[in-house]
Design a protein around this ligand. Structure first.
Ligand code: CDP
Length: 204
């Protein structure tokens, strides 16, 4: 069965948590497309060459989730040649047999406009910064909350205002605002949308 769940939204909105849970609930494969851009960003050198020659090792680096890697990712992600180099892999993954969940910024708009389910997961910038700050260690971490908020805002701004594949909800996306939802409640909403769509899939 070909069945794609496209999950887009701004930084730290909860896409990763929801995507992993949806993939697990339905036995679908999951691709965190942000990791591709993060890997290109931290590799250094010519980003187009890096995108054309990404390896499993590049994607297994343990520094991909840092704030610096997020910023580096959003800088290389404005480059249309970088995006083009990563396109075919993501499209193939989306339409693989057995179902796929992809999370990113342009999955429902560019990578897989034909996705059976499109979710746009968002939350207020304050809430998102707080979550990312906690992920980075909170009080025990190295970054003040105000700095994390500034970086989240800067990255959103760059992602929303770039010319190629800007971050925006697809016209037919279901919006999930997680500002006041627990992870469990957000996951339950996403699972319900997927289940309802699966129920009307033609058999065979
Ligand atoms: O986890 P978080 O939401 O903070 O970020 P991410 O999904 O890992 O994405 C990191 C950066 O990669 C984003 O800020 C975007 O600039 C870029 N990205 C993109 O342009 N298109 C995607 N499909 C995924 C990520």
């Amino acid at each position: 069965m070909i069945f794609t769940v496209a999950i887009d939204g701004p930084a730290a909105a909860g896409k990763g948590t929801i995507s992993r849970a949806v993939a697990e609930a339905f036995g679908f494969a999951h691709l965190d497309t942000g990791a591709l851009y993060r890997a290109v960003g931290v590799k250094g050198g010519d980003p187009v060459l890096a995108a054309q020659s990404l390896t499993a090792e590049d994607l297994a680096r343990d520094d991909l989730r840092t704030l610096g890697a997020g910023q580096a990712a959003s800088r290389v992600a404005v480059n249309p040649e970088v995006r083009a180099a990563l396109l075919a892999f993501q499209r193939r993954f989306a339409r693989r047999d057995g179902g796929a969940v992809l999370d990113g910024r342009d999955i429902g708009t560019v990578i897989c406009p034909e996705a059976e389910v499109k979710l746009f997961v968002t939350a207020s910038a304050q809430v998102r910064a707080q979550r990312r700050w906690l992920e980075l260690g909170g009080e025990a971490g190295e970054r003040p909350l105000a700095g994390v908020l500034a970086e989240v805002r800067e990255r959103d701004d760059r992602d929303m205002n770039r010319a190629d594949a800007p971050l925006r909800p697809a016209a037919d996306a279901v919006m999930i605002d997680t500002s006041e939802l627990t992870a469990e409640a957000a996951i339950a909403r996403a699972v319900a949308v997927v289940r309802a769509r699966l129920a009307v899939m033609p058999r065979g």
